[in-house]
Design a protein around this ligand. Structure first.
Ligand code: GAF
Length: 361
């Protein structure tokens, strides 16, 4: 028999999306991996109210009280799960914040996993994922699409997860660039991005308008992309839809390329995904474009922005022997434009949310 514990420590990773960008809220396909960088939540029973602490930052309030700022991601998860207990939540993380690497999803998923284990809520991973998505979209009010929380919860070392937002299914896909002498680099431009902001919602609104015009609920339900694009008369909305249709196709081709071990094709698909996000969806920025251009010029076999865009991070698939050269080329491109140095991040596909202590008996 397990004795009740007074605290639980759980962690969850940040993510990069290999391909399939801005498809989750269109009912499409995404292919993320979990990162080695993780957020850890230690949750302990307490007296009185709720305390949320991370380094020097601390928020304290009554049970059910609503915090402003980052603590809302923590309290949002507790509220959605119906938790009404006094608690102390201590957070530590090496997932860079505002880098488009899903620091908020890592936070939500670590808290959900810890509180489920501490209170014996008996939630499935799917339940916890739904709770984290609701915490972000309903409690915090960021209109995101579910990719990040699903990735952080279900990621597996050595794998990417093929998420199909049409039916909620997920399939683990082997992803081992090292087997082909390749390395996946992630580069944080250090240009902060923000989803509660206008650009992301505007892209969603364009996609919803395109779907309404075409008489479908979600753009992924369109079968004849060519006719659909002819039917969309607004130039901007047509370009948004064209990204969604072409990206959906690219995800399927990328998975096929991985299956065949055709890394050159996988890299080429990453680069066309970037071009589509830059030109049709217009969510890239000068810094993300500079990373992609410099990486490709220095020999990367593919590169693209990852995540929502408007800043954040890019990824590049690189011959392992050229990693230092590619990183140097990116740094030099930034220095030449007078921008601050980007941060280089290890992007090994890593494990999803887990309880770290007490360890499972
Ligand atoms: C952000 C959002 F949070 C995700 O839901 C997804 O839409 C992504 O941007 C774009 O693919 O990370």
């Amino acid at each position: 028999m397990m004795l009740p514990v007074d605290h639980v420590i759980a962690s969850a990773p940040g993510r990069v999306n290999l391909i399939g960008e801005h498809l989750d809220y269109n009912g499409g396909l995404c292919l993320p991996i979990g990162l080695p960088q993780r957020t850890t939540a230690r949750i302990a029973r307490a007296d009185g109210g709720v305390t949320v602490r991370s380094g020097d930052l601390e928020w304290t309030g009554g049970v059910g009280e609503r915090p402003a700022g980052w603590a809302a991601y923590v309290v949002g998860v507790l509220e959605v799960l119906g938790v009404r207990e006094p608690l102390t939540v201590e957070i530590s993380s090496d997932v860079p914040v505002g880098a488009g690497l899903s620091s908020s999803a890592a936070l939500e998923c670590s808290v959900a996993t810890a509180i489920d284990a501490l209170l014996g809520l008996g939630c499935t991973r799917e339940d916890l994922t739904t709770a984290c998505i609701r915490a972000e979209t309903e409690y915090v009010g960021a209109p995101t699409g579910g990719l990040d929380q699903t990735a952080s919860m279900f990621a597996r070392a050595g794998h990417a997860i093929l998420l199909d937002f049409a039916d909620g299914s997920s399939t683990q896909v082997g992803f081992d660039p090292a087997s082909a002498g390749l390395t996946l680099l992630a580069v944080d431009t250090r240009v902060a991005h923000e989803h509660v902001d206008g650009g992301y919602s505007a892209r969603r609104a364009d996609c919803e308008l395109a779907a309404r015009t075409l008489g479908v609920d979600l753009l992924s339900q369109v079968h004849d992309a060519a006719s659909a694009l002819t039917a969309l008369t607004d130039e901007r909305v047509r370009r948004r839809a064209r990204h969604v249709f072409s990206e959906q196709q690219r995800v399927a081709e990328f998975v096929r390329a991985l299956d065949l071990g055709d890394w050159a094709e996988a890299g080429a698909l990453m680069t066309s995904s970037h071009e589509s996000l830059r030109d049709d969806f217009e969510v890239s920025c000068a810094e993300l474009d500079a990373v992609v251009e410099a990486a490709l010029a220095a020999g990367a076999i593919g590169a693209r922005m990852t995540g929502g865009g408007f800043g954040g991070s890019a990824i590049a698939l690189v011959d392992t022997e050229r990693v230092a050269e590619v990183r140097r080329a990116i740094d030099e491109a930034f220095a030449a434009r007078g921008w601050g140095a980007p941060a280089h991040i290890d992007a090994q596909p890593s494990e999803g949310a887990r309880v770290d202590a007490p360890s499972a008996q």
